[in-house]
Design a protein around this ligand. Structure first.
Ligand code: ITT
Length: 196
């Protein structure tokens, strides 16, 4: 079977391909099919993941897998959360991850010492079928924020996140190590368990 990966984010696409590789599923990216990027109007990771997967399955006639994810900071009551990509965008819609990380750090510091730097990454994966069926799976990984950012690997907020019990940030880690513990891997384990 062919599966559409309903994302326009190259970092996510790379990780999803690595996670699906061992399962022998043929993946095609949304950009290869010229699928449009839907507006993310949902109020939760699952809502947004479902609208991205639904649209891709409807337009392609193939099963589609989407990922909606983000960084949730305790001191910021879960922000940026579903707005994680938006915090990186300037008026022209260009994304600058250093600027996004700086904003997260500055606001976390402003929230006060008591609140601490606890945070987690969350991921919702949705699998939509052309016949209308849809299933979603959620994963998370807990950790703390660090400043300044560390490492050039991964994508997005990875350089400022250290998972609980680890020394290296996600930006410093070997990709295989991130894939063993990430929010995305956690959601994938649930998806694979449900499908097998
Ligand atoms: P698609 O909607 O096309 O999939 P997007 O980048 O717009 O791509 P989201 O709306 O889910 O995706 O935004 C989530 C943002 O959260 C994303 O752009 C990342 O920067 C950040 N994020 C998600 N997973 C991450 C990870 O594993 N490491 C670092 N940052 C991550």
């Amino acid at each position: 079977t062919k599966l559409v990966i309903a994302t326009h984010n190259k970092g996510k696409l790379r990780e999803i391909r690595a996670l699906l590789g061992p399962l022998g599923i043929e993946c095609v990216g949304a950009e290869e099919l010229d699928l449009p990027e839907p507006e993310e109007t949902g109020n939760s990771f699952v809502d947004n993941a479902e609208l991205k997967a639904r649209q891709a399955a409807d337009l392609s006639g193939l099963p589609a897998l989407s990922d909606d994810s983000g960084l949730c900071v305790d001191a910021l009551h879960g922000r940026p959360g579903i707005f994680s990509a938006r915090w990186a965008e300037d008026e022209a819609g260009n994304r600058d991850w250093h600027r996004a990380m700086e904003k997260v750090w500055t606001e976390t510091e402003a929230a006060g010492e008591d609140a601490g730097q606890d945070a987690h990454f969350a991921c919702a994966l949705s699998l939509a079928w052309p016949d209308g069926a849809i299933e979603s799976f959620e994963g998370r990984v807990d950790g703390t924020l660090v400043w300044p950012p560390r490492g050039e690997r991964g994508f997005g907020y990875d350089p400022m996140f250290v998972a609980s019990g680890r020394e290296q940030s996600f930006g410093e880690m070997d990709p295989a190590e991130k894939h063993a513990i990430s929010h995305r891997a956690d959601a994938f384990r649930k998806l694979v368990a449900a499908l097998s």
